[in-house]
Design a protein around this ligand. Sequence first.
Ligand SMILES: *Cc1c(COP(=O)(O)O)cnc(C)c1O
Length: 358
Amino acid sequence: MTDLITQWIRDDIRELSAYHVPDPGQMIKLDAMENPYLWPESMQQQWLSQLSEVPVNRYPDPSAAKLTKRLEQVMNVPQGMCSILGNGSDELIQIICMALSKPDNVVMAPEPTFVMYQIIARFTNMKYQGIPLDSHFQLDMAAMTEAIEIHQPAVIFLAYPNNPTGNLFSEQDVKTIIEMAPGLVVVDEAYHAFAGHSFMPMLSDYDNLVVMRTVSKMGLAGLRLGILSGPSDWISEFDKVRLPYNINVLTQFTADFALEQHDILQQQTDQICRDREILKEAMMGLNGIIQYPSAANFILFKAEHISSETIFSALKQSGILIKRFADTSGSLANCLRVTVGTADENQAFIEGMKKILP
Ligand SMILES: *Cc1c(COP(=O)(O)O)cnc(C)c1O
């Protein structure tokens, strides 16, 4: 068996480890940037009754035309731009990389950032270059400029706000990178709902910019749905790599239903933003905790005198799951990331922290 595997499975795939997601069981789940709220009862009932009419025996609309239009409205995609949908923005990252994967083509991203850029670059046989952010987790423009000149990246991914650091990069720096880049720049606005800043209105200013959004962090993570928008020259090429029917009928129907009542999702998001500010305040009152600025629905932090491992385990003991980082030497050394939950969940997190801290 092992011989068969070594003979036939790609070496670089065997070296990868599978993306691990811990089982939350009954814990308070503050690890994955999910929206903690369900829909109002009446909306649930309306959805359920309409769902029974969805023809699951038929293939979905291959281009998800109705949903694409709805998303373009909700996301304020400028007139004249095109979009494709993905099974989560993860799939869109994969589509971009597959379309750009030529031998020696480079994927570049500042680090630390969303790990899927690197993972997907690797399994689509692209080269990956991570360029460290500066000590404030801003773009190190000298390093970026040099790296872009040397590596001539086919694509640069910029998460805006960035995950796991939570901050927005300087808008001017991002513009400079778009202007400098020899290839495509993908601005990943997964946390747009919490940020209030976007490159979407600037799509028509550049011929090498595309903007990616997802409904995951807005409260629809279970549906798996992302959108990539930009000039039709790029989008129509990416569309050739997309598998037909990649957005299933249940997602097409449910996302359209939910986005028709976007004000409800918006109210939830606004609540999360208010609770984020309350959580930041409360964390400032915690002894020896350093937190980083966040324009997203999570906060990156570390403790001055206690290891992230100790905090992670103690919180887990009290039934609260947050995110720890395996990286122990880089700029995320000793860091943890907590997602903004409901007011009660955030309070439980703060109480849990108080028990651990001196
Ligand atoms: C969560 C996240 C995504 C993934 O979104 P899905 O649509 O759920 O696949 C993409 N980019 C960043 C930066 C994220 O944090």
